[in-house]
Design a protein around this ligand. Sequence first.
Ligand SMILES: [Zn+2]
Length: 642
Amino acid sequence: MFRAQQLRWIALSMLLSASLAVCSGADARPFRGGIPWSFLLCKFSDSPAPANDPSYFRNMTINAGTKGLDDYVSSISNGLADLSGSSLHGWYTEPHTTAYELALTNRYQRLQDCVDAAKASPTDPYTVPSGQRIYVITSPFVDLVGFENSAALGSDTVALPEIAHEFGHGVGLNHSWSNDVTWKDISWAGPGEYDNPWDLMSAANIYVDQTGDFGGAPPDLDAQHLDEMGWIAKSRILTLGADGVLSRTATITALTHPEGAGYRIIRIPFDSNDRFHYYTVEYRVADGWDAGIPNSTLMINEVQNNGSYYQTTLIRELGSFAGTGNGPPVQSLNANGVSVSVVRTSTDTATVQVSTQFALPCAQGYVWREASSIDRVCVVPATRTQTAQDNAAAIRRAGGGSYGPDTCKQGFVWREAYPDDHVCVTPAIRSQAANDNAAAYDHVNESLVTYGPNTCGQGFVWRDGDDSDYVCVTAQTRSQTATDNAAAASRKAGSGAYGPDTCKQGFVWREAWPNDHVCVTPATRAQAQADNGQATGRLQTLYALAEPPRAVRTGWSLFGFVGRAEASVLIGSAEASEMTESMGPPPVSESVMRTRIAKMNVGDVQKLELKGNVWEATVTKDGKVSVLRFHAQNAAKPELAR
Ligand SMILES: [Zn+2]
């Protein structure tokens, strides 16, 4: 299991500056529905003819059903988001030469020059709509960079994994890390940065399915990053300890199998000083977008504040692996009062035993029930006293009967405050225990509740229109939403101009998200649109925005010198930071290369040789011999050498 034997990309250079959050427009986290981008293709005054036409890039980015970026986003978001509303324009020709663009020191200018060329085009003018994200693809390569939450810049030699990675920055995601802090992906990377090859946000050091189209298929986002996007439904998240149960056996389904039963992520908080500091547990299997990962594996990350953002830190085995960036992900954990171990795995699921000593303190006026030694459900003191008395009243057991030795005497039933709680109590007390369990979240100290990356700021709560509705609204709107949901069936006309979901007179579809056909008043519908527009600003701020920008570094890439970056740039009135990396994938295997060439339908391979970091293929088609050079293995189309 050495790096060279794996289909891992090695990042050769990257540039990074601090994260200064930027919010552009109404479509922002949590992401639901279309995420509209303007994709612009630009060449320079001296560029050779690009190898691919706009339809190729439409398939790579915005078209559905092509195994490109739109399919990727749609799939990993479990259908919650896609690129609908996006458009692609070009090729435009900028007035400047390639050398001029390469020499620019302001990297955003490279993006801006393309935006300007599109606007000034005499034949196909295009102005990027205000607030829309921008993705510029140039020919040839001049830069590879993501501008946080706003824009990205790549080239026509950049493969889908990197295109997707910069898209990730464009929707606000940051890099992933590992605990192997004596390893650096490249000299100027942070210690352990880019060291989760199972997560898109470690590209170019990621597992790529080399048989994928457009230069290979990237792996999924890690579970925390999916959660951050709002792409894991609430019912599929277990926050251990939040309901007072500190130890349990839980089944998690592989990230690529959201249709399976079980949780998609387990959060295990352990830091009473920082409710966003927790472990995450996820399960990955080698199929779907994860087809490039080496094998099925449990992944445990620590989510922690690095001073600029909450980073995911993959916990690897260190020991003899320390400093290699290559330790396998740990399959069990015993640290900070938390333990995780695998009970069993099946094809698509892992069953784990998880426990934590971290219990949420109760809100004022409530105390732990302590029906068992680990019961931390918050109840009123009278219930706690009652619970202790019931525990002591063992004589209520009949000592035998239809429920075995735990059968209760007449008039008593099992309390079931926790699984297998066979203390015999009155039916009223059993009901009380069930009610207390259901209200567990309401009676803990709210300041320590971990609701994860989409926690609402003060004064707001999730709208909860459905299991994936993370939009933060007032308590009043939340109540209105519940009322509207309950009345949904009664407000439908049953048939009409809009089909079976047509609303009765006076009502309209709420459309709080695409296909939200709950019928509400026009005022409520307007409220939903307004709340959606303000969703990002109402989230709890997790980033340390006051941090000064980190130094920007320069470096070399396979594509040549990458110029010195500006620390930050202005986009409209907001400041954005750059998050950049160049890539240099190691040579792929001959069989993968042959598969790719076959897919390209460029002819029969007569000869295939690896020369340095370039595959050279001699092919014949219709009696014509061509030599193709693949300068980078992620290049979707080769250069015709002769
Ligand atoms: Zn990056």
